[in-house]
Write a protein that binds this ligand. Structure first.
Ligand code: GRG
Length: 295
């Protein structure tokens, strides 16, 4: 990453952490403590990074995408907390520490997730939480909320989770079905983050569409890498959990080398979608770094 985008991310982390600490400040409230626990976890903040970088590729101050980045990280954090619940993936660890329902209890984890999802929409609407809130006009806010809802809801991530739950333990599905699951479950929110970054940067709507598709493909590549890491390395979740649980992963259909070349193909297709004339080198190198990650 360049110095500029590193600075923007440092600033994002600072603003986000302060926001979390002040928005849910009641130390006596189990719900507030759970929300802070969920949002303060040591995540990579991939979706916020992409939103800020895509915004900056329009020559804009990446801070214009602060509210988009915060909202999308909140939706992501809620999805992980709900995904870990016993009725879903039943995972005791997340981000290298007890998952939310293990640190608190199931009811609190469910409600904390609900609150975070709902409050994420308000973060976009209330951009004055952030120092440059004045840049975001009402029309932009509506487009951002729409993009986030589309990515997260019944046509995006929640649909992906539903399909994933349906197929778990069923033994086999074809690559088209697996791609559909991951396009929704992982790709939609990453696509939403990129599209929200573009909106924050003032992109025209045809660019927003391209960035959404870019993010979906990055999400597919990211998921395929996650499948490989689940088997070979630590992901901060229980090692080998997806495989052991009978989850359909790219490795259930293909060998490791084939999955690696799929990752390469998705990445190159994504890069080919970046609108011409932008200063998007930072986005491209970040995506390559992400795809090459070892944990
Ligand atoms: C419960 C509605 C609902 C959805 C859950 C995101 C999700 C859908 C499930 C999480 C399980 C999983 C393996 C999803 C694939 C996407 C993925 C690799 C998530 C982890 O994202 P990272 O690596 O996490 O960006 P950090 O912790 O770094 O933020």
């Amino acid at each position: 990453m360049t110095r500029d985008s590193t600075d923007a991310m440092d600033m994002f982390a600072h603003v986000f952490d302060n926001f979390v600490a002040s928005a849910w400040h009641d130390r006596q409230s189990k719900l507030h403590n759970a929300i802070r626990y969920c949002l303060e976890g040591d995540g990579k903040r991939v979706r916020a990074r992409l939103a800020l970088m895509v915004c900056a590729s329009y020559g804009q101050d990446p801070r214009r995408a602060l509210s988009a980045g915060a909202a999308v990280e909140m939706v992501h954090a809620y999805s992980l907390a709900h995904d870990d619940l016993p009725c879903m993936d039943n995972d005791d660890y997340r981000r290298g520490r007890p998952s939310l329902h293990k640190a608190f209890d199931e009811v609190t984890a469910l409600l904390a997730g609900d609150a975070i999802l709902t409050d994420a929409m308000r973060v976009v609407a209330d951009a004055e939480f952030f120092p440059d809130g004045a840049f975001v006009n009402d029309g932009e806010k509506i487009r951002l909320v729409r993009e986030l809802s589309l990515a997260a809801g019944g046509h995006g991530m929640v649909l992906g989770q539903d399909l994933d739950m349906f197929w778990t333990g069923r033994g086999h599905c074809d690559k088209g079905t697996l791609d559909r699951i991951h396009k929704c479950k992982t790709g939609a929110l990453i696509g939403g983050a990129c599209a929200m970054g573009a909106i924050s940067g003032g992109a025209p709507s045809e660019h927003v569409t391209r960035w959404r598709r870019f993010g979906v493909l990055v999400g597919l590549a990211f998921q395929a890498i996650d499948d490989i890491l689940d088997i070979h390395e630590m992901t901060g979740k229980t090692k080998g959990k997806d495989h052991d649980q009978g989850k359909l992963t790219y490795l259930s259909l293909h060998g490791c080398e084939e999955v690696q070349s799929m990752v390469h193909a998705y990445t190159e297709e994504a890069v080919g979608l970046i609108p011409a004339g932008l200063d998007a080198d930072v986005v491209v190198s970040y995506v390559r770094e992400l795809i090459g990650r070892k944990k």
